[in-house]
Design a protein around this ligand. Structure first.
Ligand SMILES: NC(=O)c1ccc[n+]([C@@H]2O[C@H](COP(=O)([O-])OP(=O)(O)OC[C@H]3O[C@@H](n4cnc5c(N)ncnc54)[C@H](O)[C@@H]3O)[C@@H](O)[C@H]2O)c1
Ligand SMILES: [Zn+2]
Length: 361
């Protein structure tokens, strides 16, 4: 990840968690920490904590085990991390290690940004979504009852260690949700990658290591490239929200946690592609059909939930935090592999688009 002196390595492979050499290189020797606090949750700890601990022998290793779930991504749980660190007298040379999905990673990063005004942290992401998205880019934080991810900081990790083997224990729906973000990178940035995904969807679904490593590496490269150009989201980074404005409306309408984020984004991307084609016919209808075929390989949804109407969409889209003003900003494609953010389109087209999806599922 290229960010000047805040750049960091992302290492991807199989068997890394209990590969003491890798862990040594990326956690111990290079950075010379004496104290490491692994932050994880009650689901992941029993599966992976011992493996990681065996690679960290010789250091003072503490573990902070959080409850599992988005609903615990809040200031109370963050405080549990601070309590762990203070009780064990961790100093400013300590390092936090996030072992978990995006929830653990976001909270651990934010804790690292705050503890004693900032200590180092390392990401060991264990969901596909966290491997290709949340662990790269430096956004950290927690939810507030009045808004998701509303309290946080930009804080880059010192390294990201991605062990693809952990995906074997991930529930299939969570894997698919991560694939939605992978597919997004092809759509917004790299048409060859999109074609590669079409050709290798079966191998990815079967967790074939070579395919997985390539897809994760490519996704991290694309996200890192976009973030490096626009770390604090002034412009370009917004294209990463393809499908997300529609997706957030679906998530909110269904009630958080009913639809996984990636499932809602899958439908949202389809909606954005159809709208892009309506506004720019050179894109061609075939792309929507290709996207649907690809999403269906991973058993991702391609229609919004039954009963969701135009007003449900518009109300939830208008309050999306990513909209700077009353206009609904959308990420649309100019062509496969090239996206732009715009609020300049006829409202009648957006209405017609939503209507074309209503009652279809
Ligand atoms: N910081 C960012 O840029 C960014 C980007 C996207 C999403 N996010 C955040 O990420 C969070 C979602 O992350 P997520 O999708 O990883 O969800 P998650 O962290 O809740 O993990 C999903 C579930 O899978 C379990 N799990 C994780 N790894 C496992 C494994 N290897 N085997 C078995 N079970 C495992 C978890 O315990 C959890 O129950 C949201 O809070 C979202 O806001 C942040
Ligand atoms: Zn997303």
């Amino acid at each position: 990840m290229e960010l000047g002196d805040r750049g960091y390595p992302i290492v991807i492979g199989s068997g890394l968690l209990d590969d003491a050499d890798t862990i040594k290189t990326f956690v111990r020797n290079k950075l010379a920490y004496q104290q490491v606090c692994v932050v994880t949750n009650e689901t992941i700890a029993p599966i992976y904590m011992e493996q990681l601990r065996s690679s960290l022998t010789g250091l003072q290793v503490e573990t902070c085990i959080l409850p599992d779930g988005e609903k615990y991504k809040n200031l109370d749980t963050l405080n549990q991390i601070f309590t762990c660190l203070l009780q064990t007298k961790f100093n400013r040379k300590a390092c936090l290690v996030a072992l978990g999905g995006g929830v653990v990673g976001d909270m651990t990063g934010f804790a690292a940004a705050c503890y004693q005004r900032g200590i180092d942290f390392i990401q060991i992401p264990t969901t596909l979504l966290s491997q290709v998205d949340s662990s790269v880019g430096g956004k950290t934080g927690v939810n507030h009852v009045l808004g998701k991810n509303m309290i946080g900081a930009f804080k880059q990790p010192k390294s990201v260690v991605i062990d693809i083997d952990v995906l074997s224990t991930l529930p299939a729906a969570e894997f698919a949700a991560g694939m939605a973000e992978v597919i997004k990178y092809g759509l917004i940035w790299d048409q060859d990658f999109f074609t590669w995904l079409e050709q290798n969807a079966g191998a990815l679904k079967a967790l074939e290591p070579r395919a997985l490593t390539f897809a994760i590496q490519k996704s991290c490269e694309i996200k890192a490239g976009i973030v490096a150009e626009d770390e604090t989201e002034q412009g370009l980074r917004a294209i990463l929200n393809l499908g997300h404005t529609f997706g957030h409306a679906i998530e909110t309408h269904a009630g958080y946690g009913v639809w996984l984020h990636g499932q809602a984004v899958a439908v949202g991307m389809r909606m954005a592609i159809r709208m892009s084609n309506w506004l720019n016919e050179s894109l061609g209808e075939e792309l929507e059909a290709r996207l649907v075929r690809l999403l269906e390989v991973f058993e991702l949804p391609v229609y919004p939930p039954d009963g969701m109407n135009r007003d449900d969409f518009l109300t939830h889209m208008a309050v999306d935090k990513k909209n700077l003003n009353a206009d609904i900003r959308l990420v649309l494609l100019d062509k496969l592999g090239q996206a732009r953010v715009t609020s300049e389109y006829p409202m009648s087209t957006l209405n017609r688009l939503i209507d074309s999806f209503i009652g279809q599922s």
